[in-house]
Ligand binder design. Structure first.
Ligand code: FUB
Ligand code: ZN
Length: 686
């Protein structure tokens, strides 16, 4: 499988009947309506416009394509995700497998495959995807309904208890996959099927119809994608309805939620035993509660509570709504939720969900245990989606700072370097060590990882008016179309995050005046995160340097976090950015009791950890790091697929000097199983 520009690879893959059965003919792109532009904020530069080559991400995309995606499809087929659709289509006699949300996992893996096919020529994968797609579509009911579980089990109960059964969550992932299919194939067969399903939902739910919401948000952001893919405004309105409807009584009219009329247990307290907490939250599942962010209208939600994945998807959808329509109250709620998460509830790895209440969700502010951290891989992914949309909405680099932190640490730790083993939870410390699993029956995380990595190119740039925003530094090429019509090719050469030097070559079609907005990462300015939850022990940073065609420029960002380079750009202009990457010690806010007296190590956007295998015979919990000892960054091409390690001197449990080696957190648990810790004791001065 050879990487090649997607533009050459899109259409000539109609090689077999199964494939051509999915494809329609004619000029596919002529049929696609222009995607509605946001009414506020920046426009995406989608991953189809960006080829990540070489550097840090290029090899990862290749592993993703060659290993992760075929592996995921094998496992999903083995587990019955595809035969469920055959059964629903009346073509399979074997048993129905799994649970009502089983479809969603297959959709996510297919979405990943479709997106990856934008970047790799691979007729084998293409045929496999198209074959599965045919089997999915064969199960669709005449009225558009498409959930294998209910088609097989009991059609009467299709829309039973939305709180528990994830019907809309399934639908949402179908819609996202359909949008990815439309983008790749340039034709509408799958998107049309998605529209039929969305129209069916629209016919049942909405003002003066049924007032209800899903227990697991996802359909909202997916409906925004449907709006963009189809140009049909009613999907945006339906997304808005499902958001607006949270926190109200569900039924045939829009009534305020009356806590007296429905069982509403009081909030749990930390005094409950773990077993009691489990029982409490399982009881909560049956009723209205904050676990699914349905306890208050969204505009009244100012603190992040409940299941972290649902929250992340919901906040992402809220940001989308503000981007595409007037939505009074949404932005204020989003700002408060953002402050609550980033200042009080986020791990250093950018992941969310402490699991305090045994609900895969947020816990109390500043209560961020490391060993028992839930930090689901899906939560980090949902968090990235949210921060990405906040950046687009507000054109502020602080959101990209958090997105970057979550991406390189919280997300990437979920998948092995080999691409075929996964973590569901991503703790920041482990006594016994962790072992990623080849597959997880409840495969939300592996399949989410399978789809986010092929989309990564889309997080690198954004565009607004006559401005090109560079949010991430990653080797590769992009084409960005400015509002005034000019197309600019950008080539990044960089080894980021191992090295902060970035060489950016611009090639507008013709010389053109526009502004290049370069994000100066918070970490390069002495800030770990936008708030005060984490700080560097030494906030003094070496100066960032910037040159255009060899001429030194002021590298001080504006208040939006970007350096704005406005000029008439010509083909061949070169921007050189140097973000020095010293090893940094990180301290947590004094209210994070768990991390007091401890220090973590970072270099650039990467969080580091200690693994037992590098410190043999040493109890990691009793390793102490002197405050003033030198710490060095050492590139190790031979280790963990090529990483830069941090080395220095520490003290062991007997206060004897010992060599210390820290590796990037994302790469932990890829060697011998053993203890790991991100936070290290600080040595007490005699
Ligand atoms: O319920 C669907 C997914 O499974 C959730 O997002 C995960 O937390 C897991 O419970
Ligand atoms: Zn998950």
């Amino acid at each position: 499988m050879i990487s090649r520009s997607h533009r050459q690879s899109k259409l000539p893959l109609l090689t077999c009947l199964a494939v051509s059965a999915v494809m329609t003919h004619g000029n596919p792109l002529a049929a696609a309506p222009a995607a509605p532009a946001p009414v506020r904020g920046l426009m995406e530069v989608g991953h189809t416009q960006v080829e990540l080559r070489g550097g840090f991400w290029g090899p990862r995309l290749k592993i993703q394509h060659e290993v992760t995606l075929p592996h995921a499809l094998d496992e999903l087929e083995k587990d019955g995700h595809v035969t469920n659709f055959d059964k629903a289509a009346g073509k399979f006699d074997g048993p129905l497998q799994g649970h009502p949300a089983f479809d969603s996992d297959l959709y996510k893996a297919l979405e990943g495959a479709l997106d990856s096919l934008q970047h790799f020529d691979d007729s084998k994968l293409r045929q496999r995807v198209d074959g599965i797609m045919e089997r999915i579509l064969a199960a669709q009911q005449k009225d558009g309904f498409l959930i294998a579980f209910y088609i097989v089990k009991d059609q009467e109960k299709r829309w039973e208890d939305l709180r528990l059964c994830h019907q809309m969550y399934n639908a949402g992932h179908f819609f996202e996959m359909a949008a990815a299919h439309q983008q790749l194939a340039g034709q509408a067969k799958v998107l049309d099927a998605a529209k039929r399903f969305a129209d069916h939902i629209d016919g049942i739910f909405g003002p003066n119809k049924r007032y209800d919401v899903d227990g697991h948000q996802e359909v909202e952001l997916a409906l925004v994608k449907m709006y963009r893919a189809s140009g049909e405004r009613r999907y945006l309105d339906l997304a808005r309805f499902f958001l607006d409807e949270r926190g109200y009584a569900h039924g045939t009219a829009r009534l305020p939620f009356d806590s007296k009329s429905q069982v509403m247990p009081s909030e749990p307290t930390v005094e409950l035993t773990r077993e009691q907490q489990r029982e409490f939250w399982h009881a909560q599942l049956r009723v209205r509660n904050g676990r699914m962010q349905d306890h208050k209208p969204v505009i009244d939600q100012h603190e992040a509570v409940g299941h972290a994945v649902r929250a992340g998807y919901m906040y992402a959808a809220m940001a989308d709504i503000v981007r595409f329509m007037e939505a009074p109250g949404y932005e204020r709620a989003l700002d408060d939720l953002w402050g609550d998460v980033v200042n009080r509830k986020m791990y250093l790895t950018g992941n969310i969900g402490s699991g305090q209440f045994d609900d895969e969700g947020f816990g109390d502010p500043y209560l961020l245990p490391n060993k028992s951290a839930y930090c689901e891989s899906c939560a980090a992914i949902a968090h990235v989606f949210w921060q990405y949309r906040m950046n687009l909405l507000k054109a502020d680099a602080k959101y990209a700072d958090v997105m970057e932190l979550a991406l390189y640490n919280g997300v990437l730790s979920g998948i092995s370097l080999s691409g075929d083993k996964f973590f569901y939870q991503n703790p920041l410390a482990s006594e016994k060590g962790g072992k990623r699993k080849p597959w997880i029956g409840l495969s939300c995380c592996p399949t989410n990882l399978a789809r986010i990595i092929p989309q990564l190119g889309g997080f690198v740039y954004a565009q607004g008016g006559n401005q090109v925003y560079v949010n991430l530094y990653a080797a590769g090429e992009a084409k960005v179309k400015l509002d005034q019509g000019a197309t600019v090719k950008l080539t990044q050469q960089t080894e980021y995050p191992w090295d902060g030097r970035v060489r950016l070559t611009l090639a507008p079609e013709q010389a053109a005046e526009f502004t290049l907005c370069l994000r100066i990462p918070g970490w390069a300015l002495g800030r770990v995160v936008p708030g005060d939850l984490y700080r560097f022990s030494n906030a003094m940073c070496p100066a960032v340097s910037l040159k255009v065609n060899g001429q030194t420029q002021d590298a001080t960002p504006r208040s939006d976090g970007y350096v704005h380079l406005q000029r008439r750009w010509q083909a061949g202009d070169v921007v050189e950015l140097d973000l020095p990457m010293p090893v940094q010690r990180v301290l947590a806010h004094e209210k994070v009791k768990e991390d007091q007296g401890k220090v973590a190590l970072m270099r650039g956007p990467l969080v580091y950890c200690l693994e037992a295998t590098d410190q043999p015979g040493v109890d990691l919990e009793r390793v102490a790091l002197p405050a003033d000892g030198a710490l060095r960054a050492e590139p190790r091409a031979d280790l963990l697929g090529g990483v830069t390690v941090i080395t220095g001197q520490a003290l062991n449990h007997a206060a004897q000097p010992m060599p210390l080696t820290a590796v990037p957190y994302y790469a932990w648990a890829n060697r011998d199983k053993g203890a790991m810790t991100v936070w290290i004791q600080q040595a007490v001065k005699e």
